[in-house]
Design a protein around this ligand. Structure first.
Ligand SMILES: Cc1cc2nc3c(=O)[nH]c(=O)nc-3n(C[C@H](O)[C@H](O)[C@H](O)COP(=O)(O)OP(=O)(O)OC[C@H]3O[C@@H](n4cnc5c(N)ncnc54)[C@H](O)[C@@H]3O)c2cc1C
Length: 601
């Protein structure tokens, strides 16, 4: 055995946060400023977390450039979510939005400015004024590097507040005691390959998205859903995992994202006839309809033979009419991506794009304080003591079945801060609970299984097969037959994942070990997605199943949503690969509920 119990070192903190993206660092800042002893773990240097890649902006109804207020934002988010978002959480987020953006401004975030000194805001998909009447300028932006500016601002503030960072550490498993309370995590230090138990009063998962379960993704390679895997393995269900967002404009063939900010600045999508086809699908918002709408419309054009290029398999994004000056000022990274990944000068010619996996709407269920919640008899939302989740790995749920662009960076800030504040209250009156004697056993078992399976399968072969299966069976358009097939394939891949082995058991910077451990998280997320999707017998938001009909009185609306039977959240349980459901919270905190209606734009 390469790993033994005796070699495991224990360290103690008030709070351990797994993840140094925007959500983890917004929370850690709150905690460190309050004087708590907080450790933040990250697989990569903090400012390399995927938040750094966010381009377009963070949504807040500041009303700097066109009339706006949080009620419009609230309405847009509910309609965008296809009525699967919880209205209390959505109200909380939209009301808090201006405050958290101003917080960032005061920390020194270099937003673009208007002539009067206020923050520059651009239009974004699905964000409207006056309840759907026309696009509104709500996305607060720092050129097309908003996430970069945000993450660096948060990192610098954390350094000042004396947050402890554990860089190139990979958390493996949650430690729960016999009452089910979370009392720490196990983690591998990549440099030495040693295993640690980090003992804490509170653990927070902020591990970001899992876009790497798909073959073509805008996500960073580290986005393997580790927090979701950790939660699932320790008995916590995953919520609404059937809902995955395809971003309309990934560079064809490369997957790299071109921000929706392009269309916010006025870019348009064209088919092979040179037609601005979104005018047909969404007469009011056109190219700025929500992402599920635009992605479906693009795939429809391709399916009907109006795709561009020799194989008619992509759509063109046209920007040259914006003028070189605007492009270089507002979209400098998009210009560079065009040159580097498509050999296209976007100031002169259109760029080939296809819908590409981008964001998971589902995740670890939480309440608006960031506390992870589980169903128990009679109550759907009982907090798990000692465990919080924020950011893309969590599901609060503000995005429901389809997220609006800019609402994720907002979600990180609002719920990162709120969870931080809640933990401060919680830890004030608590001391550390004892670690159970078997704290590291599950992780030791995983590590030794890999080390001992010398002749086992190579992890990346299994990972690639998971990605191909997800790509084939959980795409923009799904069918019941294809999803059912996907469920069988993923179950077989789960068995294969058990047989992964390492050729080289050395400890120092053994990246093969890290990748193999990541595959155990990928498979949890993939199975949650496939099984939840195959069970949902309707279309809603990003979950589009071709077996259903358009609503009789709305032939241009999305295929059939079934509110009577399916306006409910899915919960997937890893232990027995089963599903349960819980109601959507339709009651906002202070205003009236927005009742469901047909979704047209
Ligand atoms: C290309 C791109 C552009 C985007 N643009 C926008 C935009 O303009 N506006 C918007 O609102 N949203 C945007 N999004 C979405 C948004 O950026 C993400 O949802 C958000 O940044 C995720 O933040 P996070 O804090 O949850 O996680 P991340 O920023 O992904 O950070 C995850 C952290 O967890 C760590 N981690 C993961 N697993 C482990 C482990 N096992 N052990 C230790 N550490 C671990 C990682 O090292 C990292 O530090 C974009 C996304 C992409 C991919």
């Amino acid at each position: 055995m390469s790993y033994t119990k005796e070699q495991v070192t224990t360290r103690k903190f008030d709070v351990v946060i797994v993840g140094a993206g925007g959500s983890g660092m917004r929370a850690s800042l709150q905690l460190a400023r309050a004087g708590l002893n907080v450790a933040v773990l990250s697989k990569v240097f903090p400012t390399r977390s995927h938040t750094v890649a966010a381009q377009g902006g963070v949504g807040a109804s500041l009303g700097n450039m066109s009339e706006d207020n949080w009620h419009y934002h609230f309405y847009d988010t509910i309609k965008g979510s296809d009525w699967l978002g919880d209205q209390d959480a959505i109200e909380f987020m939209c009301r808090e939005a201006p405050k958290v953006v101003y917080d960032l401004e005061h920390m020194g975030m270099p937003f673009d400015r208007n002539a009067d000194g206020t923050i520059y805001q651009r239009p974004f998909g699905g964000h409207t004024a006056n309840y759907g009447e026309k696009p509104v300028q709500r996305a607060c932006a720092a050129a097309d590097r908003t996430g970069h500016a945000m993450l660096h601002t948060l990192y610098q503030q954390n350094v000042q507040a004396k947050t402890t960072f554990f860089v190139e550490w990979m958390a493996l498993d949650l430690v729960r005691d016999d009452q089910g309370d979370v009392v720490g995590v196990t983690a591998l230090e990549m440099e030495t390959g040693e295993l640690y138990v980090l003992h804490a009063k509170t653990v927070m998962l902020a591990t970001g998205g899992a876009g790497r379960i798909f073959g073509a993704s805008t996500n960073a390679f580290i986005n393997t859903g580790d927090g979701l895997g950790m939660a699932a393995r320790s008995g916590i269900p995953l919520q609404d995992m059937e809902f995955w967002q395809f971003h309309p404009t990934g560079v064809a063939g490369a997957g790299v994202l071109l921000t929706e900010g392009c269309r916010g600045e006025g870019a348009i999508l064209l088919n092979s006839n040179g037609e601005r086809f979104m005018e047909r699908y969404a007469p009011t918002l056109k190219d700025l309809a929500p992402r599920d709408f635009v992605s479906r419309s693009m795939d429809q054009e391709i399916k009907e033979g109006r795709g561009c290029g020799p194989n008619k398999d992509y759509i063109l994004l046209k920007l040259d009419h914006l003028g070189a000056e605007t492009i270089h000022k507002r979209l400098p990274s998009v210009y560079e991506i065009g040159v580097n990944f498509a050999n296209v000068d976007i100031t002169k010619e259109p760029i080939p794009v296809v819908p590409t996996i981008h964001y998971q709407m589902g995740g670890i269920p939480t309440n608006i304080n960031g506390q992870v919640v589980m169903p128990t008899e009679g109550d759907y939302n009982v907090p798990v003591n000692g465990l919080y989740a924020v950011g893309e790995c969590s599901c609060v749920s503000v995005h429901g079945a389809n997220r609006l662009g800019t609402n994720s960076l907002l979600d990180l800030l609002v719920f990162g801060k709120a969870a931080g504040n809640h933990i401060i209250e919680f830890t004030k009156n608590t001391s550390h609970k004892d670690l159970p004697a078997n704290a590291a056993d599950a992780s030791l078992e995983r590590l030794n299984r890999l080390d001992n399976a010398g002749g086992g399968e190579y992890s990346q072969t299994v990972a690639n097969d998971i990605r191909s299966a997800m790509q084939a069976h959980a795409g923009v358009f799904r069918t019941q037959a294809s999803m059912d097939e996907g469920v069988v394939k993923i179950a077989a891949l789960r068995e294969r994942a058990k047989g992964i082995g390492l050729q080289d058991n050395s400890k120092v910077f053994n990246t093969a070990r890290i990748e193999a451990l990541e595959v155990e998280n990928l498979i949890e997320v993939a199975q949650a997605t496939m099984v939840s999707a195959a069970a949902r017998k309707e279309c809603r938001g990003a979950h589009t199943v071709l077996d259903y009909e358009h609503p009789a009185d709305h032939p241009t609306a999305p295929l059939g949503r079934d509110d009577a039977n399916w306006m409910k959240h899915t919960l997937w349980h890893s232990a027995d690969n089963s599903l349960s459901y819980k109601p959507v919270r339709m009651q906002p905190l202070t205003v009236e509920s927005v009742p469901p209606k047909v979704r047209t734009f």
